[in-house]
Design a protein around this ligand. Structure first.
Ligand SMILES: Cc1ncc(COP(=O)(O)O)c(C=O)c1O
Length: 487
């Protein structure tokens, strides 16, 4: 059902799908996007809650909740006598239409980025800041004085209990608080785990190819030899892993980064057999498994083989990268090494933040946020899929079962780099798939295998931006080719 918001406020289209979950979430999402995209200008007056409720045929309470949430997030302001107005934006939300001009691809757009398909960014406008500030103040009020001493090297006992209980409940894991170490996000956990691996006589690690280049750099920095193992449409090729001679592997089984493939059940079994055969270790990067759309997320490998899996978790996708908290769930023989590394490098994460995260998760606020975000991302993913099919034809978008990114396959012969570079000049930021080729030891990318493709992050782009962005990409990628061949 389409509702035109015409009288009593700016002319803005709000589309409500009454079969698609919370109406409040839909309104909130669309208003937030309209403000971020500056379709609603600073100072613009929003209709009264009664008026908007009438126009959209929802209860007034729903609109009141929406306005309160937007108020708490800083998108709108309200003053007695002047109603609710769009706030003058500064900071990350306002930055979306153009702030940081260089993507991780190193492609510098020649003008501002209006539509940002950068990989890996969750919806920054939806970070539950009200809940987080509640949790921080609650942590400050309730943390026992003794715990201000930062004594527990593994991290807050409370948070370790909460995250392992969460991991057992949501990810079918089987770790307990004694198996957990709290860290400042996945990358720090990875660094500590790699150091412990090296202490345990592991010198070579296999990484998925394609995969994040940064992980290869982290592994090399930790003094390990990196070998890359191909990923196909079933996930990591375990036969090739066997042939690689590595005794450790880092992988993203729930939603491969960047291809989006979930590791097939037969591959999971082969992987667990491999790790026993080589007396090895699996590092499981569980970065976005919570956002699975077609069925329940596949369980963590840690639950299948706890003695041989180090599970690495992070709230960078579920909450925000700025919170910078994560956990490592490790077999007992590696724990001491991980904790030593943590002690000698940084002592990990701030104690009050750890307590706040424990409270957020324990009180159900974290789960509520995940449910809300799942609906938002599902909706964006559906818009992206429909728009990509319309513009590029069927079957071109892959890796949509989970997470906040997908891979758009371009027509053969098109240069993914050139498409990304040209799109950047038109205000659309997107990464070519080739950016995720694991670099060789001398820093070069391995030759990019066809077909050409783009990685589209859809976590932090609104619906209209997705539509506009895909249309721009189609214009660039499908135009008669003169310069676009090769590369
Ligand atoms: C593949 C992958 N793993 C893990 C993470 C989380 O890393 P961190 O917790 O260091 O932000 C990300 C975030 O973008 C990611 O893309």
């Amino acid at each position: 059902m389409t509702v035109k918001w015409a009288r009593g406020g700016p002319d803005l289209l709000v589309v409500l799908d009454r079969d698609a979950g919370s109406l409040g979430t839909q309104i909130q999402d669309q208003l937030r996007a309209a403000i971020r995209e500056q379709r609603l200008a600073a100072g613009e007056r929003l209709p009264s809650t009664r008026h908007l409720a009438g126009l959209l045929e929802v209860s007034r309470g729903t609109v009141v909740d929406v306005y309160e949430q937007l108020l708490a997030e800083g998108y709108v302001e309200s003053a007695v006598g002047s109603g609710t107005r769009v706030a003058a934006m500064s900071g990350p939300a306002a930055a979306a239409p153009g702030a940081s001009a260089v993507s991780s691809s190193g492609v510098a757009p020649s003008r501002l980025v209006a539509i940002d398909f950068e990989y890996g960014i969750p919806d920054l406008g939806s970070v539950p800041l009200t809940d987080w500030s509640w949790a921080i103040s609650e942590a400050t009020r309730t943390l026992p004085t003794a715990e201000l001493g930062d004594e527990d090297l593994a991290g807050s006992r409370h948070l370790r209990e909460v995250v392992t209980s969460y991991h057992r409940r949501v990810r079918s894991g089987c770790a307990s608080a004694d198996d957990a170490v709290i860290v400042s996000g996945f990358r720090q956990g990875l660094t500590f785990a790699l150091a412990a691996l090296k202490e345990n006589g592991v010198h070579r690690i296999a990484l998925e190819n394609p995969g994040p280049r940064e992980h290869a750099l982290i592994a090399r920095r930790a003094g390990l030899e990196v070998v890359s193992v191909a990923v196909d449409d079933q996930g990591l090729d375990v036969q090739r892993l066997r042939e690689s001679g590595a005794r450790a592997v880092l992988l993203t089984p729930a939603h491969q980064c960047p291809t989006g493939v979930a590791l097939a059940p037969s591959r999971r079994r082969e992987l667990v057999a491999w790790v026993d055969d080589v007396d090895g270790l699996i590092l499981e990067d569980d970065y976005d498994a919570e956002f699975r759309y077609d069925r329940q997320p596949v369980g963590s490998l840690q639950g299948l083989s706890p003695a041989r899996v180090i599970a690495l978790g992070s709230v960078s996708k579920t909450l925000a990268p700025a919170i910078r908290l994560g956990w490592v769930l490790a077999p007992p023989r590696l724990l001491a090494g991980i904790i030593t590394e943590k002690r000698l490098s940084s002592r990990g994460a701030p104690g009050l933040d750890q307590e706040a995260l424990a409270l957020l998760m324990e009180t159900g606020r974290f789960d509520r946020h995940l449910r809300r975000m799942r609906d938002i991302y599902r909706h964006r993913r559906n818009v992206l899929a429909a728009e990509a099919e319309l513009a590029f034809g069927p079957g071109r978008l892959r890796g949509l079962a989970a997470g906040c990114h997908a891979v758009l396959q371009l027509p053969d012969g098109v240069s993914e780099r050139e498409v990304a570079a040209t799109a950047a000049t038109m205000g659309v930021r997107v990464n070519p798939l080739g950016l995720y080729r694991v670099p060789t030891a001398d820093g070069e990318s391995e030759p990019s295998a066809p077909p050409p493709a783009l990685v589209l992050g859809f976590g932090n782009v609104g619906e209209e931006q997705i539509r506009g962005g895909i249309r721009t990409l189609a214009t660039v990628a499908l135009r008669p080719r003169a310069a676009a061949a090769g590369g």
